[in-house]
Design a protein around this ligand. Sequence first.
Ligand code: ZN
Length: 285
Amino acid sequence: MKKDQMLPGRRSALRIVACLGAAATAGLLVTERSGTSGGAAATRPAGGPQIASGPRAAAGPSVRASGYRLQPMTAYAPPRYRRALPPVRQRPFLRMSEAGRTMVLTFDDGPDPRYTPDILRTLREYDVRAMFFVCGEMATDHRDLLRRMADDGHVVGNHSWSHPLITKLPPSGIRSELGRTSEVIEDVLGTPPLWYRAPFGAWNKHSFEIGAELGMEPLAWTVDTLDWAEPGTRTIVRRVMEGAGPGVVVLSHDAGGDRAQSVAALRSYLPKLLDDGYRITVPRR
Ligand SMILES: [Zn+2]
């Protein structure tokens, strides 16, 4: 590992300054209370809204707009960095709020050259876009796969560097895990990730704060295929089809173990979902 990859700070800080003030457009996802999905149980602050609608929550207070005018540095930022920092969430998004039969497929822990190319091939065959929450330590070793994800229009998100239980880390450790991973993604793709997902679905206040500082929104999931337990391809397919519904976000894995079942399951459930009229898409920000 190169030493410069261990220092997430400087460019991220510059990016944060440059980000202040533009209009946020996250708005297709909702959070909600749920005891069974999304891994959101780790953080359930009392008194928070049960449903935070994206557009209102993400629109940003007006003070930020005036802050933008008081920030001369932003005038010199490249246009792609003029994106508002998202608000600090109290829980992750669990599903899309967009009307209609839309679903999001997400793949975590990769990229892994044994499985990710097969998943990319299937997604390409059906011309659909998905999300890949990559680990920095995998991404830095398989940059070509990261490029292929982006070339095919998929969204590359941040899943920490080494997949730790971040609720056990001090804030500096969370910052390092998320920051280094964002740096690798930006190095390879030219733009930093806009989404992150906590390993094991274990979120905490610091991770929401640091994720927001890095310009990312937290995304959990609605339906967990539990594919990591290798329950059998047919079981994975059944879980996806039984969990399918408008706005559902599906969690699967393209790395972290033997993912042959996950690869085979996608080949089966993707055409079924499309036949059922679902549009497989990615959230916009
Ligand atoms: Zn994971």
